[in-house]
Design a binder for this molecule. Structure first.
Ligand code: SAH
Length: 247
């Protein structure tokens, strides 16, 4: 069944009002008319079966029923992604959304090619990528793309997570699998933060700061992965380890 997005504030009692983008998609691309029954998700985990009313000026829907959101992982993983060049950030957000990430925090590192925060328009573009990816992979949650921050800022938020993993190519002792298995024996892990460096990698000082604040440094093996590969490999391995890639 076709799926469209509407933010929570677009729902009012038993009705939902589609924004211009979705109205255009419904009318001009999918050529749907009044009476068509579709799914509408609110990006916060709720999904509804809706009968569309297609008018000249607007498209809205009458809610038939709420439907269970069956595609969301139990494990909530936030990916703090070292800012990368050009389209790489969009690629990471799209793929991380498909794999099941809960939130993405653009990380500004010493060696980030993009020194500054991406700026409002770029952040809006990244949010749109997350929304479109959630729509395509049939998730009812749209991962949040938070404001960009630096290591010194994000370490103050580590206590919000059960575990923080630092993907560190210089790590010589601990690998991801062993670390996850050991941690799972000690505590329930519901909220996980994964830190990935930029193209140039984390500086030793950045890695040290994260470790001093409680991050577990882990290796993804002997090969050096590109920044846009490393986070996705780690996310996939973590979701596999937590049985989140199962029906
Ligand atoms: N220093 C690397 C570039 C960093 S790769 C080089 O010399 O090319 C970008 C980021 O991906 C790293 O900061 C790290 O977070 C992650 N990464 C890449 N390969 C990794 C590995 N084998 N183990 C752990 N993390 C890795």
């Amino acid at each position: 069944m076709l799926r469209f997005f509407a933010a929570p504030e677009q729902f009012r009692e038993d009705r939902v009002y589609l924004d211009n983008d979705e109205a255009h998609h419904i009318k001009k691309v999918m050529r749907l008319g009044t009476g068509a029954v579709v799914r509408i998700f609110d990006g916060q985990g709720r999904e509804y079966e809706v009968e569309l009313i297609v008018e000249r000026g607007a498209v809205w829907g009458r809610i038939i029923a709420q439907v269970p959101a069956v595609r969301e992982p139990e494990l909530k993983v936030t990916l703090a992604q070292g800012l990368a060049k050009g389209e790489k950030n969009e690629l990471v957000i799209q793929k991380a959304t498909e794999v099941g990430v809960q939130a993405i925090i653009p990380l500004i590192c010493e060696r980030s090619v993009m020194k500054l925060s991406p700026g409002r328009n770029k952040e809006e573009r990244l949010r749109r990528v997350a929304r479109e990816a959630a729509k395509q992979c049939q998730r009812s949650v749209v991962p949040t793309v938070e404001a960009a921050c630096r290591i010194k800022d994000i370490v103050t938020r580590f206590s919000l997570y059960d575990t923080v993993l630092l993907l560190w190519e210089e790590e010589q002792a601990c690998n991801l699998k062993q670390t996850l298995q050991e941690l799972r024996q000690k505590r329930a892990i519901k909220q996980l933060l994964v830190l990935v460096g930029p193209e140039g990698g984390f500086t030793a000082a950045e890695a040290q700061e994260a470790i001093e604040h409680g991050a577990y440094s882990v290796s993804l093996g002997p090969r050096i992965l590109r920044t846009e590969t490393a986070g996705l490999v780690a996310l996939s391995a973590i979701f596999y380890e937590f049985d989140e890639l199962s029906l």
